[in-house]
Design a protein around this ligand. Structure first.
Ligand SMILES: Nc1ncnc2c1ncn2[C@@H]1O[C@H](COP(=O)(O)OP(=O)(O)OP(=O)(O)O)[C@@H](O)[C@H]1O
Length: 252
């Protein structure tokens, strides 16, 4: 059974069918790219998978369970977390607090224990602090743990967003244009980071990216959409040669 399987997924806004007949399978630990021209529907797919939009058609099975209709926080708990096209950090919080926020949905202490600062609260807070620091270490960001997020260089902010998404302990990580706005050095480092994450955390990754060298360089499989419909699926080599894909990008 695939980790994630969508069947005929789609959504219509007013008269516009932004995504339709979207059927894909993502296997455990697979690294998949989702590409397509501007406005093709890529971010809409992410919004469907994460419960931000309710599909007008289709099914989304995660580990065999249909998650359509679940709230975004429930879907995070079930194992899908994401980053956004425009960085969405808590900019005035420290780096470590940004990561700790993502652990909080797993906290076990009750509201009363928290308000009264009972020992169970401190114990769990300490554990979370240590876990957050460990995660930052993996990203070589522990030195910056107490820096305010908005003061990090851009590439580091993107990395922090990924670290935060990982803190939710996903089975599937969705990355929306992770290399947007990065310079070539940062992009290269990011490619290594994405590979490292997949291998270390043994999770599947679906990424939207306009940077073709990044997509072709790291993805095992690529899905191409145009006007909300899948026009090709295959390995990077197959996609590079696909006439429909070339046509969609060159506007032929
Ligand atoms: N909430 C919404 N209401 C109405 N139309 C929407 C909504 N969200 C997306 N759309 C439309 O759906 C289509 C797909 O948009 P989407 O942002 O998913 O494309 P994209 O492939 O991610 O584009 P880009 O590469 O530019 O980020 C567009 O025509 C967009 O205007």
């Amino acid at each position: 059974m695939a980790l994630l399987e969508t069947k005929d997924l789609g959504i219509t806004f007013g008269g516009l069918r932004a995504v339709g007949d979207f059927s894909i399978k993502i296997e455990e630990q697979e690294l998949m790219g989702l590409i397509g021209p501007n406005g093709a529907g890529k971010t809409t797919v992410f919004n469907l998978l994460t419960g931000v939009y309710l599909p007008t058609e289709g099914v989304i099975n995660l580990d065999g369970e249909n998650i359509v209709g679940k709230k975004p926080y429930e879907i995070v708990q079930k194992g899908i977390s994401r980053t956004f096209q425009n960085i969405r950090l808590f900019k005035d919080l420290t780096v470590i607090d940004n990561v700790k926020m993502a652990f909080h949905h797993k906290m076990k202490y009750s509201a009363v224990e928290g308000i009264l600062r009972l020992p169970s609260y401190w114990k769990e807070e300490k554990e979370i602090h240590e876990k957050a620091l460990e995660l930052l270490k993996l990203f070589n960001m522990d030195q910056a743990a107490y820096t305010t997020a908005k003061n990090l260089p851009y590439g580091q902010q993107r990395k922090l967003e990924i670290a935060r998404a990982l803190a939710a302990d996903p089975k599937l990580l969705l990355l929306d244009e992770p290399a947007a706005g990065m310079n070539p050095n940062e992009t290269k480092e990011l490619m290594e980071t994405i590979h490292f994450i997949r291998d270390k955390f043994k999770i599947a990754i679906l990424l939207i990216e306009h940077d073709m060298s990044l997509v072709m360089g790291i993805c095992e499989k690529i899905v191409v959409i145009d006007y909300g419909m899948i026009i090709a699926t295959g390995t990077p080599e197959e996609i590079k040669k696909n006439k429909k894909v070339i046509g969609a990008y060159l506007g032929e």
